[in-house]
Design a protein around this ligand. Structure first.
Ligand code: GDP
Ligand code: IMO
Ligand code: MG
Length: 422
């Protein structure tokens, strides 16, 4: 009886969706605890790809409930679009999906505010996915937000109009920003009608009940630890806490219920959007990682920035999350590399250190690298850890030793089946 937490240790897109889908049958419930449609979690099952944005990645399995937790922000129109993609492949979702009544709603005007604020920032923009995430969490903490439970109460339309009017007043700060709401609003209200057919629960009572019955829950993180609002590369972060403690407040479970913390990292590193990325590569190797790794955003299609794995960054993420086991993904992307590197130390302000600076954007960081011999062999068909080439095992052993955390899974391709379990 526990809640295991699975989350990204870098800047997102570590392959969380794939691993949650694989692990889901060991749990009775998969629950998303933060973020919203800024996430894009890719599942490839027997060659067929599905990208989930708000729906938890356990949805492909029978007999498991999938809860969109109270810490998530929901855009009804994108949720309905997501459901339509599941229906198009005849996936039965109705009996498996639940929404927390305290989850907040993204309004069309939240998206407009997101876009207007980003446009006004010019070169200093965050590189937001423009899904309305920041403005929605601002209304949540500002105590102005609308929640899923409100949809079922009388006076919802009036509450909506009052919040929209407030947003329109705020938008006057951006006189040059043009927008039209009509089409978006029509889709949004259609989405609200659709939402009414999805069962709504109080996530604390629902999950508390499951735990009391001795059931196991998998909490699925979105984004990555370095995008955490408190611990990430602020201000180039998202607007929620993406780290382990967020599972408690985003689901209504006590810290004592948390069991394993499964941290995911790519065998290299990527970031999409603006902000510091100390091990970023601007050369052919970076280009090769992007090309072979198909590093283009699952939500926005933007090219992802690529670089070597960053050990100080990962040690920091492991420390703040209390990671108990590691998953290394996309190791196959470097199959043809002559050598693989890892950033092992930062040098800034004249000294060498394994600690991250306060302002990663404001200081010039020099990286000390460790070089490993490439394995020059396709890893995709290998299913036993022992059968991996020596060079790949050497790299993985290095990661395990330097990160002081056991590697439990190694992912060697996008498909559910491309996984080495240790
Ligand atoms: P998430 O947001 O953490 O769920 O990750 P994304 O779905 O945004 O990005 C991960 C991308 O890498 C997707 O296109 C996956 O299909 C793909 N992927 C996941 N694991 C592997 C792997 O081990 N090897 C390769 N080549 N691709 C992978
Ligand atoms: P998953 O769950 C990668 C990034 C955006 C931007 C910053 C703020 O698929 O790993 P926001 O829309 O939240 O205001 O954007 O955070 N970002 C992600 N990057 N993966 C994600 O989710 C992301 N969600 C947000 O690119 O830099
Ligand atoms: Mg993603």
């Amino acid at each position: 009886m526990a809640v295991d937490v699975l989350l990204g240790l870098q800047w997102g897109d570590e392959g969380k969706g794939k691993i949650v889908d694989y692990l889901a049958p060991s749990y009775q419930c998969v629950a998303r605890f933060q973020g919203g449609p800024n996430a894009g979690h890719t599942l490839v099952i027997n060659g067929k790809k599905t990208v989930l944005h708000t729906i938890p990645s356990g949805i492909f399995h029978d007999d498991i409930s999938n809860l969109i937790g109270n810490g998530v922000v929901i855009d009804p129109s994108t949720l309905m679009k997501e459901i339509a993609t599941l229906e198009a492949i005849d996936l039965e979702w109705k009996s498996k999906l639940l929404i927390a009544q305290k989850a907040h709603l993204i309004l069309p005007t939240h998206k407009v505010l997101d876009a207007a604020s980003e446009a006004a920032k010019g070169k200093a923009k965050i590189g937001s996915t423009l899904k309305g995430i920041g403005p929605t969490y601002m209304d949540k903490t500002g105590r102005n937000g609308l929640r899923i439970g409100d949809v079922h109460l009388s006076g919802f339309k009036e509450k909506y109009e009052a919040l929209k009017a407030k947003h329109l007043r705020l938008l006057k700060q951006y006189p040059d920003f043009e927008f039209s709401l009509e089409e978006e609003e029509a889709k949004w209200w259609e989405g609200i009608e659709g939402l009414k057919s999805i069962p709504v629960v109080d996530s604390a009572y629902y999950l508390g009940g499951l735990l009391a019955e001795g059931k196991n829950i998998l909490a699925e993180g979105a984004q990555g630890s370095m995008l955490d609002i408190d611990f990430g590369t602020y201000p180039f972060v998202t607007s929620s806490n993406t780290t382990t403690s967020s599972a408690c407040k985003g689901l209504g479970i006590p810290p004592s219920a948390i069991g394993e913390v499964i941290g995911i990292t790519k065998a290299y590193c990527t970031r999409v959007g603006s902000g510091p990325f100390p091990t970023e590569l601007f050369d052919d190797t970076g280009e090769e990682l992007r090309k072979v790794g198909k590093e283009f955003g699952a939500t926005t299609g933007r090219p992802r920035r690529c670089g070597w794995i960053d050990i100080p960054q990962l040690n920091y993420a492991i420390m703040i999350n209390g990671v108990t086991q590691l998953v290394i993904t996309k190791i196959d992307v470097m199959d043809s590399f002559d050598e693989v590197q890892a950033g092992v130390k930062y040098k800034y302000n004249g000294s060498s250190t394994a600690q991250l600076p306060f302002d990663m954007e404001g200081v010039e960081i020099e990286i000390e690298h460790q070089v490993f011999k490439g394995w020059k062999q396709a890893l995709n068909s290998i299913s036993n850890y022992q059968d991996l080439p020596g060079e790949a095992k050497e790299y993985l052993s290095f990661l395990e030793d330097t990160l002081k955390t056991p590697v439990k899974f190694v992912s060697t391709g996008p498909d559910r089946k491309d996984l080495i379990i240790r």
